[in-house]
Design a protein around this ligand. Structure first.
Ligand SMILES: [Zn+2]
Length: 299
C-alpha cells in the first residue's frame, strides 16, 4: 500500500487556529495521579459515517468506536496504528475503526440493513496496535447490552491493566453528526485508589459527553479544562485527527488477491475494465482486467 494520503473532508474555510478542528490532546495532573486524553472527532466521525452510510444505533456505535480508537491510540501507542474491530452480540454485524499515527482515521460498517448491532454475548472487541514489526492483539467480550465506552474500559483493564474512566459519544442535528468526541481519564500506576473514587464521582456528576461537547462548542482545550477544573495539570500533547483513506489502485487490486484462483480467472473473462471501489471511502477504481494476471502469477 502506498503512503499517499487522501483526505475525504478538507477543512474548507477553517483555519489552523480554529479551536473546533478535530484534535486529540493529552495532559497529566501535576500530582502525577491522572493522565487525561480528550478527543474531538466531529468532522472525522461525520466523514466516516457518510462514507459508510451508517444510520441509527449502528451509526452511534460506529461514532463511538472511531473516537475510542483515537483515544486508545493516544493512550497506548501515539506512534502506532490502532485498529478496533467490534462484532455485535451473537456475532451479528461488524464495525471497524482504523486510527493512524498521523491522525488519519477511517472505518468500516458491515451490518445488513435489517440488522441492529447491539453489544453483548457472542460479540467481541478485537483491538490491534502496533507497526509493521510488532502487533499486539487482544480480544475481550463487551458487557451485555453495554456501550462502546464500557467495552473499551473492559479491554483497557483486562488486556492493558489500565484503570480508566472512558466516555465517548456524539450529538446529532438533522440526522447528521454535530459533535463527536470523548475522554479517557487514566489512573496512573502507583497512584492510590482514593483519588480515582473522587475523580469517578466528579465525572459522574458531569453531563453526558454529548452535552459536554456541545457546551464547550467542540473545543478540546475547553473540555480538558472542564474535566480538570481546579486540578493543576500540564498539557503534554496536541495533535490533529481527520477522516481520510490510504487506498490506491494497488491496494484495491491486492484485496482481490484473496479470491480463489478460479474466481479471478472468471473475472478476467468479463469486461475489459473492472469497476472496484474501496470499502472504506467508496472511491471507485477502474482496473483493466489485464492487471489481474499479476494476481494469478502469485496465487
Ligand atoms: Zn479508500
Amino acid at each position: 500500500m502506498s503512503g499517499a494520503t487522501k483526505d475525504q473532508e478538507p477543512d474548507a474555510g477553517i483555519g489552523e487556529a480554529s479551536p473546533t478542528r478535530d484534535r486529540v490532546v493529552r495532559a497529566l495532573t501535576d500530582d502525577d495521579t491522572f493522565r487525561v486524553m480528550v478527543a474531538v472527532t466531529s468532522r472525522t466521525v461525520r466523514g466516516a459515517i457518510e462514507a459508510q452510510r451508517a444510520r441509527g444505533e449502528t451509526a452511534r456505535h460506529f461514532a463511538d468506536l472511531l473516537t475510542g480508537a483515537v483515544l486508545v491510540r493516544e493512550t497506548m501507542a501515539p506512534q502506532y496504528r490502532v485498529q478496533a474491530v467490534l462484532k455485535g452480540a451473537r456475532g451479528r454485524g461488524t464495525l471497524v475503526a482504523d486510527a493512524h499515527p498521523d491522525g488519519l482515521t477511517r472505518g468500516l460498517v458491515q451490518v445488513s440493513d435489517d440488522e441492529r448491532l447491539t453489544l453483548g454475548a457472542g460479540g467481541s472487541l478485537l483491538m490491534m496496535r502496533g507497526g509493521a514489526n510488532r502487533m499486539y492483539r487482544s480480544v475481550t467480550e463487551p458487557p451485555d447490552g453495554g456501550s462502546v465506552a464500557e467495552a473499551l474500559m473492559v479491554y483497557l483493564q483486562t488486556s492493558e491493566q489500565i484503570i480508566s474512566v472512558t466516555a465517548v459519544g456524539a450529538t446529532t442535528r438533522d440526522d447528521s453528526i454535530e459533535h463527536a468526541g470523548g475522554y479517557l481519564v487514566q489512573l496512573l500506576p502507583g497512584a492510590a485508589r482514593g483519588p480515582l473514587m473522587v475523580m469517578t464521582e466528579r465525572l459522574a456528576a458531569m453531563p453526558p459527553i454529548g452535552e459536554l461537547l456541545a457546551s464547550v462548542g467542540g473545543d478540546a482545550d475547553a473540555l480538558l479544562a472542564e474535566l480538570l477544573y481546579l486540578m493543576p495539570h500540564t498539557k503534554l500533547g496536541d495533535s490533529d485527527v481527520r477522516h481520510g483513506c490510504l487506498c490506491d489502485v494497488n491496494a484495491v487490486l491486492a484485496s482481490l488477491g484473496t479470491l480463489p484462483r478460479e474466481e479471478i480467472v472468471e473475472l478476467m473473462k468479463g469486461d475489459e475494465v473492472l469497476e472496484l471501489s474501496c470499502d472504506y471511502c467508496r472511491t471507485e477504481y477502474a482496473i483493466p482486467t489485464t492487471r489481474l494476471e499479476g494476481l494469478l502469477a502469485r496465487s
